[in-house]
Design a protein around this ligand. Structure first.
Ligand code: SF4
Length: 624
């Protein structure tokens, strides 16, 4: 409900801001043709209060306030547009050069940005206008010269992040010049935050021009809201409308520009849009804890369902998943990208994206219920999982570079994580534990003082493993722990996880798209397709006697190093659209063995053999 209110209030604010800016633009363009009085005509009675003849009253010279507000909008928008355009242009050019070329050029330009940002911009504008005069052209240039470093800093950061992307490297390798690389491949991709910032700069420019006019330093030949406020504040008791109406106009336009900036930011940044969409969670359920059975499985998952809210749509990346993991056992979860395996890992430990929600299912961790019918279990208001996460079960996230804080030394991050869960421990005890896990994983102790970017990919991943082992969990969920590592380091990391599993008696869920990695490390394999486990069996059974056509297709796609030479078979088609309701076998559109029944009826879960289940109409039959 709260999320809905946030989204709706954000949309209403955006629409209102667009209406205000739209009205101001209309007034500015149409001012000469609107049926309003001449803004400088002094032919009415001074201090006439708002009424039928002068809707917003007249000022001390008998000039119509409404007319002057409309003409004032013209000046405000002119200043906003031109000064923010100049500032953005300068920012884009200098920020791009600074970020792209780096080295001495970057040092000189960055220090220049910093110096400009250190000077209070309004005083700099005052100085420029005082030196060169108060004509509106000078005012606009002065505002642009004091605001461009903001855009330059943003553009520099964008270019720094974009210039190492593969498509940029490919363009350079293909012979693109620096100018072409920047103009064609980098700048267009980095413009979104600049456009957002430009709207905020417009609000700033309107305020600055009004401030200058208020102080008497604005263009004396133009109608300005700032000047109107100055004239009005001297007559506040006699004619409050003289300052109130231009003041409100100024406030509304500046607020509208800022809200528009926020709205554009959200609209141009899909990642932000996803993060600000918060799914409505089911209410928690209160359960009195019972003493867990000592021989209870480490994890029992039953009919687990989870959904992502995507605007007006939602998809179910985990849709009716059930399995049990005994203590000390290991399960590999495999499937192609988008099948729901990472979402399953996140759902087990309830570390999901803000737009994700549980819709159904039960989870028991080490015999303790943590989820019932999709509701988080609480006792005396305390989340049951909170005391078990990291101590009973921990997760190794994909991509260590994103999971570690880039501005904290890795040792401090681990110490902080230890103290968060062990409030009785001091820093020395935390340090000892971190040293112990670093030794266990094979990370040199000297690396505790390194920042994440100073470590190699393999070393960062080892630090992530050390982080997950800090509290000696019984269950480790490793989500693609070797993503983006080279083959040799992948092999080392998997070997280390396997050794830890044996040494510490860990239970392991290894999520991977690499069937070979799973075969080496796990006793059982669960194959996921479109949010469901479509086959689960001991590893040898999966590799030797797979019954589901999708598992067979995955195995056929593996390259072989011995036996008859053959090209790996690819699986045509794409996974189904999970936003649509499922009434048939999800794999039917891609299945070579599909029959009529597959397209009309959901397949049953067939017990093929002990520990071997498959979700296929024909899993119990021997078919060729
Ligand atoms: S149920 Fe039919 S379509 Fe689905 S996997 Fe089995 S044979 Fe293929």
């Amino acid at each position: 409900m709260l999320g809905l209110v946030r989204v709706l209030s954000g949309r209403i604010a955006l629409v209102l801001s667009m209406i205000i800016v739209g009205l101001a633009v209309f007034a500015a363009i149409a001012a000469p043709w609107l049926p309003i009085a001449d803004p400088n005509a002094m032919d009415a009675m001074p201090y006439t209060p708002p009424g039928a003849e002068h809707w917003l009253g007249t000022d001390n010279y008998g000039r119509d306030v409404l007319s002057r507000i409309v003409w004032g909008a013209r000046l405000a928008l002119l200043v906003a547009l031109i000064s923010s355009a100049i500032a953005s242009f300068l920012g884009i050019v200098l920020g791009s050069i600074s970020g792209y070329f780096g080295g001495l050029i970057d040092t000189v330009l960055s220090r220049t940005f910093d110096v400009f940002l250190l000077i209070p911009s309004f005083f700099l504008v005052l100085l420029i206008v005082a030196l060169f005069g108060s004509r509106i052209e000078f005012t606009m240039v002065a505002i642009a010269l004091t605001t461009w470093p903001r855009s330059a800093r943003i553009m520099r950061a964008q270019v720094l992040s974009l210039k190492s992307r593969v498509y940029v490297q490919a363009a350079k390798a293909a012979g693109a010049s620096h100018a072409r690389t920047l103009i064609r491949h980098i700048i267009p991709n980095g413009l979104a935050p600049i456009i957002t910032d430009a709207t905020i700069l417009m609000g700033l420019a309107v305020l600055t021009e009004a401030g200058l006019s208020f102080l008497g330093l604005g263009d004396q030949n133009a109608v300005s809201w700032g000047r109107m406020i100055f004239d009005g504040q001297r007559e506040l008791r006699l004619a409050p409308w003289m300052s109130i109406f231009p003041g409100v106009s100024l406030l509304l336009l500046v607020a509208a520009f800022n809200l528009l900036g926020d709205g554009l930011n959200e609209a141009l940044n899909p990642q932000l849009r996803r993060l600000t969409t918060r799914a409505a969670q089911k209410p928690t359920c209160e359960l009195v804890p019972t003493v867990p059975e000592p021989d209870a499985p480490i994890l029992r998952v039953s009919n687990l369902r989870m959904a992502y809210d995507l605007g007006s749509n939602s998809i179910a990346p985990v849709d009716g998943v059930s399995f049990t993991l005994q203590r000390g056992d290991s399960l590999g979860v495999v499937g192609e990208s988008g099948c729901g395996k990472s979402s399953l890992g996140a759902a087990i430990l309830q570390v999901m994206a803000p737009n994700a929600r549980m819709t159904d299912g039960d989870i028991d961790l080490a015999g303790a219920p943590i989820l019932r019918d999709g509701c988080r279990v609480v006792h005396n208001g305390r989340d049951s999982l909170a005391s078990l996460r990291w101590t009973k079960a921990a997760i190794i996230f994909q991509s260590a570079m994103n999971a570690l804080n880039p501005v904290m030394k890795v040792g401090d991050q681990l110490i902080e994580a230890f103290l968060l869960h062990r409030t009785d421990a001091n820093r020395d005890a935390a340090m000892q534990r971190v040293v112990a896990v670093f030794d266990l994983i094979g990370v040199p102790r000297a690396r505790m003082g390194s920042y994440p970017h100073e470590l190699s990919g393999g070393m960062r991943q080892r630090v992530m493993i050390a982080l997950s082992l800090l509290h000696e969990p019984e269950l480790l969920v490793a989500d693609e722990p070797t993503t983006a590592l080279d083959v040799l380091v992948q092999d080392q990391i998997l070997g280390e996880i396997d050794a830890l599993k044996k040494q510490m008696g860990l239970s392991l869920i290894l999520i991977s798209h690499d069937m070979g990695a799973v075969a080496e490390t796990c006793r059982r394999v669960a194959v996921m397709y479109a949010g469901e486990i479509i086959e689960i069996a001991p590893t040898e059974t999966i590799f030797g006697y797979a019954r589901h056509p999708y598992t067979q297709a995955l195995l056929a796609a593996l390259p072989t190093v011995s036996g008859e030479k053959r090209l790996p078979k690819t699986l045509p088609g794409e996974p189904v659209n999970m936003a649509e309701p499922m009434t048939a076998c999800r794999f039917a559109p891609r299945c070579e063995k599909a029959a009529d029944i597959c397209r009309t009826t959901r397949p049953p879960r067939v017990d093929v053999a002990p520990e071997h289940e498959a979700l296929c109409h024909f899993a119990g039959l021997v078919r060729t």
